[in-house]
Design a protein around this ligand. Sequence first.
Ligand code: DQA
Length: 167
Amino acid sequence: MGEGDGRRQLRARHAKRSGMSVPTTDTVYVLNGPNLNLLGLREPEIYGSDTLDDIAAMLEDRARELGLAIDMRQTNHEGMLVDWLHEAQAEGARAVLLNPAAYTHTSIALLDAVKAIRTPVIEVHLSDPATREPFRHQSYVGMAAARTVKGLGARSYLVALDAVAQL
Ligand code: DQA
């Protein structure tokens, strides 16, 4: 951790204690939901052959060009995604790219979390759920997301990151 990071964290802690809003950082949280740890192996005809690590590497390159930083995470647990969304705001993340995977279609808790924070959230999907089974047509997260990028494979994440620069 560099000195700049330390100062930023001190400022953030002071802001939190005194009820001020936390200063925005250059970090974009990239949160991935259940089964996305198996990307590359999992139904490649739908999701492609890139792994989550491949996508993280592409995002890091693009983020550097945009003057941003990436904090890429994956979990199979719904509540963890809720905690990370709260953390994104508490740490002053610039934005969140969120691929909630199957929780997209079921999770009112995630919808509420996206509504509860001021940090902009961009919903991301590799596939286009609207062209798949009817149970994927409903997106709770999409009801509160600033934007949705879907159907472009791994490129959905890159397009979503470019969109952060325009928020
Ligand atoms: C997905 C689409 C969801 O319907 C599915 O449950 C996923 C991945 C996508 O990125 O295309 O796990 O979010």
